[in-house]
Ligand binder design. Sequence first.
Ligand SMILES: N[C@@H](CCC(=O)N[C@@H](CS)C(=O)NCC(=O)O)C(=O)O
Length: 341
Amino acid sequence: MKHLARGVFWVAAMMVAGAGVVEAQQKTLDTVKARGQLVCGVNVGLAGFSAADDKGVWSGLDVAYCKAIAAAVLGDAGKVRYVATTTKERFTALQSRELDVLARNTTWTLQRDSQQGLAFVGVNYYDGQGFIVKKSAGVKTGKELSGATVCVQTGTTTELNLADFFRSNNLQYKTLVFDKADEALKAYQADRCDSYTTDASGLYSVRLQMAKPDEHMVLPDVISKEPLGPVVRQDDFQWFTIVKWVHFALINAEEAGVTQANVDQMLTSTVPDIKRLLGKEGDFGKGIGLDNEWAYRMIKQVGNYAEVFERNVGAGSRIKIDRGLNKLWSKGGIQYAPPIR
Ligand SMILES: N[C@@H](CCC(=O)N[C@@H](CS)C(=O)NCC(=O)O)C(=O)O
């Protein structure tokens, strides 16, 4: 009897808890829809990833993810409010619900994915940490930086990897730590440090902003894995799934050859993968609380992953980063998305 009573109590408690979970799960989608706008946390300014022009118009690979989510969820890639976040502020801004999603060159690590109430949805850019030095210093590899002073930004994986690299190679070094990237860069350019270190993508991006880019070089060493990707809160599984599948659909669209330019013709495609992607077969939006045209809208308004990459950081951009690891798995890279079915 006692067991039965305990069992009934347990089931009732689970139902209450369950109701709470359902409520929390739907909250972000409902909030975004009611607001009519997605609030997307981005970098304060990292050309190619997220930067605002003099008219306040944002662009970049991470910004394209904000737009893709808005197109999928609200039907309009323009319905985004961008919140510039520094490395230090980014996680608190998301935890305190100031943001719906953080799309900001942020490295997926175990600590961030578990102990901060946050969850990474995937990797929109596979990166690794590098060093930039003045060519005049004659340094050719990371190990030759023994005894160097390195400028680095606080609150980053960069700072931690730097310590690992020098310690594991038994090299002496000093750091100058800054709150903001531009302060660190200024110090490097003013010769207060011998090298500036961050994600390689960041180095290519900031090199272009330097007075004389040709006087600096990125060393060949890649000292860490920096899988960068969008982040949401852990307490909303539905929203997590939506943002995750926005990312997967961008990759699947590239794989299927569906582009911003041909997406309308593709609506009549007989290829099953394309039919499912564009909502012409099946009911795949339903499971994530959307309609079946969510991916069509996203591709129509933003493009597929290749287009987003090339336009912002690849061949069609000023930065001209090689796709490298970010090529599709079928083309020698590691970008891979589960199928829509
Ligand atoms: N991926 C690394 C580094 C990300 C990062 O914030 N990098 C710097 C340098 S590229 C940055 O974006 N700084 C902009 C700022 O906050 O001023 C991480 O997640 O910790």
